[in-house]
Design a protein around this ligand. Structure first.
Ligand code: MN
Length: 254
């Protein structure tokens, strides 16, 4: 599918997101990329993306992936994204998707079916993930609908299969940070412009509003703290300290 909808929704003069080239041919032997981007926008969600035929097939998962095979997570099928998007982390100041994007997981995926197109058409794709946080066997299964979207074909469920990588650990809470920068939302925002939403926040109410308010406050504090950081100490005292520590350690171990 071309990136028409992806491009139509965005103004690349105002968004740092990659514009993306049109789908490229993929080397048959090269592993397929996958990523999950934690996105604090009008609502917090996790964008689950699988590289296929030169683009990233994308699903927005409101509650994020679960490692528990009994928990099926709603995954709304959204427009394909360019492959370049898979490395994106940063602040979208305004427009579609305005908010903070964190690269929450990335790695490679392998279809567990011979014909991915047929599996997608059927609405039942089984695959293996090899990421930092998500591993093992999973499925995306199309469902009949959810709420107002009943029957429009966009509702899928993301399900962990029972294997060594399944478990009851809440992975979103246990491993909340970026795999790219090891930062949280506030730290990612502090890298950019924490004052960007002085007015007109992408989220005001609910959980997303509270998370965003917290991120904005902490980002401003991080930036202020950085500006106030004392000059690095003279090298001499650092060396003396290191020498002392080393001596101490040696004494202990002997
Ligand atoms: Mn998103």
């Amino acid at each position: 599918m071309p990136l028409t909808e992806y491009k139509r929704k965005r103004d690349f003069t105002k968004s740092p997101e990659p514009e993306g080239a049109e789908p490229k041919a993929h080397g048959a032997s090269a592993p397929l990329f996958f990523c999950v981007q934690k996105h604090l926008a009008s609502h917090l969600h996790y964008d689950f993306r699988l590289e296929y035929k030169g683009t990233l097939l994308s699903w927005a998962v409101p509650k994020g992936p679960s490692l528990d095979p009994t928990i099926k997570r709603l995954a709304m099928h959204v427009e394909d994204h360019p492959v370049e998007y898979g490395d994106f982390e940063g602040v979208i100041p305004e427009g579609y998707g305005a908010g903070i994007v964190m690269l929450w997981d990335r790695g490679t995926w392998t279809p567990e079916v011979d014909d991915v197109d047929a599996a997608l058409a059927k609405g039942d794709l089984k695959f293996t993930l090899d990421g930092y946080k998500l591993k093992g066997s999973w499925a995306l299964v199309r469902t009949r609908g959810y709420g107002g979207n009943r029957g429009d074909g966009r509702s899928w469920l993301l399900i962990k299969h029972r294997d060594d990588w399944a478990g009851d650990v809440d992975i979103a809470t246990f491993a909340p940070l970026s795999v790219k920068s090891n930062q949280d939302f506030a730290e990612i925002l502090a890298e950019d412009n924490p004052a960007v939403w002085a007015t007109n926040r992408p989220a005001t109410g609910g959980d997303a509003g509270a998370l965003l308010r917290d991120a904005i406050e902490r980002a401003a504090a991080i930036k202020a703290g950085r500006a106030k950081e004392p000059l690095p100490r003279p090298e001499k005292s650092t060396r003396a300290k290191t020498a002392k520590k080393t001596t101490g350690r040696k004494k202990k171990s002997s």
